[in-house]
Design a protein around this ligand. Structure first.
Ligand code: ATP
Ligand code: MG
Length: 455
């Protein structure tokens, strides 16, 4: 068989038969020549990757990750003092009032709270301090199971009430300090979820801390009795200003990057840019690490402003995509229609876009087809969001002399396809139309329609 295809298999079996190597060789080259070639090629690869490794600019990737707890905390002394003051009694199993912490995203709420409670809990046995990230544990059952796991109790039974009972019993002579981070995500998922808050607020052995970047998170609680049971005081985390962000990222650069990689001027530029972005320290840290990885992949010795500008552009693209993600489903579908029109035709005029829109709905039982007029109104809206741009055709009036207006997307199309279209395909399109099917890879599965069913 091998001679037919002019192929030779070399099958080497080591003495103890632990390692088998199968080499498929094409052509009539002598085996020694071929092996030499392979060794040379592999050695070249090895040397070039180890050379690249020597030129690494990011030395400690982990310091840029969102769950990194830095040893140096800047400009949050007041908040640390206030939190510690408030919760000192809990170290002696004494009840204190519940607390609502809020502030813009990236203002250090999760970080500071985690660190303060980590220290408060040291050497304490009779108070449980439990930090629940509600973006991860976002149903009552998940939260209850998580609490049981942290207090080291094997959850018996199956229902929420079984778990609640078990927790209640285990804190009988103790105190539970429950920190619910990103509480708004939990409450807005389902109205009935507020019952869990009501239960905890009823226990005098439980102190609650709510963290959110939405100052009106408690409006998700519809039952006024629950709100009145909570004894809430507030702690606000202000957004960082330029100087404060400067200190945070200067320290992060010294921890994670090769020494002298970024100048103070560029750090200041990042800080100034981010201070305008609501003072979000997370954005500043992301920009720093992205600029460093762009410089690294370009083989540069230092971070230059070009790398930083690229990082800023890519961040703005990401923000646009996040914004698109938050749009209502029909708006997204119209953007997909423009995408298809841009992709398939040179002419992306209104008629083509509307035809693409109709095509996308073929085979779907769940979408309500919008009229041409409504689509026009939505397109105007998308233009004001600067997600599309229109090129007005020349000529006046209607009819032959008039060129049509063309519509284009103004954001990164690859990111749009990856993050929006693919997600729509996975979650929302039960019966994809042929056009939708053409967008997906052949192996991609289409899962049952969820939120779009309501349309
Ligand atoms: N004062 C600070 N000193 C050092 N690093 C900080 C400080 N504040 C925030 N950071 C860093 O910024 C990032 C974001 O902080 P954090 O997660 O606490 O923000 P947040 O206010 O909880 O935001 P969100 O509302 O989005 O959850 C973290 O990676 C943290 O390391
Ligand atoms: Mg947080």
């Amino acid at each position: 068989m091998f001679t037919t295809y002019n192929q030779v298999f070399i099958y080497t079996i080591s003495c103890n038969i632990t390692c088998k190597v199968v080499v498929l060789l094409k052509g009539k080259k002598d085996i020694h020549e071929r092996l030499e070639e392979i060794v040379l090629k592999k050695e070249k690869n090895y040397l070039s990757t180890s050379e690249k490794a020597n030129n690494k600019l990011i030395l400690h990737e982990e310091v840029f990750s969102s769950n990194f707890l830095p040893d140096n905390i800047f400009h949050r002394d007041e908040e640390i003092e206030e939190l510690t003051d408030h919760f000192i009694p809990t170290r002696h199993q004494k009840y204190c009032t519940d607390l609502s912490i809020y502030g813009v995203t990236g203002s250090g709420k999760s970080l500071i709270t985690k660190l303060v409670f980590k220290t408060l809990s040291k050497g304490i046995d009779n108070t449980y301090y439990i930090f629940v990230p509600c973006n991860e544990y976002n149903t009552p059952l998940a939260i209850l199971k998580y609490i049981l796991r942290i207090i080291n109790i094997e959850g018996k039974g199956r229902s929420e009430s079984d778990y609640i009972q078990q927790i209640k019993e285990s804190i009988e002579n103790k105190l539970l300090v429950l920190i619910l981070d990103e509480i708004d995500l939990f409450l807005k998922k389902e109205k009935s979820y507020e019952n869990l808050i009501q239960i905890f607020s009823d226990w005098n052995k439980c102190v609650l801390i709510f963290i959110s970047n939405d100052p009106s998170w408690h409006e998700y609680i519809k039952d006024h009795r629950t709100i009145s049971r909570l004894h809430l005081s507030n702690l606000i985390f202000k957004p960082y200003d330029t100087d404060e962000i400067f200190d945070i990222i200067e320290d992060r650069a010294s921890l994670g990057l090769k020494q002298g990689l970024i100048s103070k001027d560029l750090i200041l530029e990042i800080a100034e840019f981010t201070a305008q972005y609501n003072g979000d320290a997370r954005v500043a840290i992301k920009l720093l690490s992205q600029a460093a990885s762009i410089a690294e992949s370009n083989g540069c010795e230092k971070i230059e402003s070009t790398a930083l500008n690229k990082a800023i552009n890519s961040l703005e693209e990401d923000n646009k995509i996040n914004f698109i993600e938050s749009l209502p489903p029909q708006h997204k579908l119209i953007l997909v229609s423009v995408y298809m029109a841009n992709r398939n035709f040179k002419k992306s005029d209104f008629d083509t876009i509307y035809r693409e829109y109709e095509q996308l709905l073929i085979g779907s039982k769940f979408w309500r087809k919008l009229s041409r007029n409504t689509i026009r109104i939505y397109l105007d809206e998308l233009e004001t969001y600067r997600l599309i741009k229109k090129e007005i055709g020349k000529g006046r009036g209607r009819g032959k002399g008039r060129e049509s207006t063309h519509v284009f997307l103004t954001f990164d199309k690859h990111k749009f396809k990856e993050k929006i279209i693919c997600k729509m395909l996975r979650h929302d399109i039960k019966h994809p139309s042929p056009t939708y099917a053409a967008l997906s890879s052949p192996t991609q599965k289409t899962l049952p329609l969820s939120s779009y069913q309501k349309l």
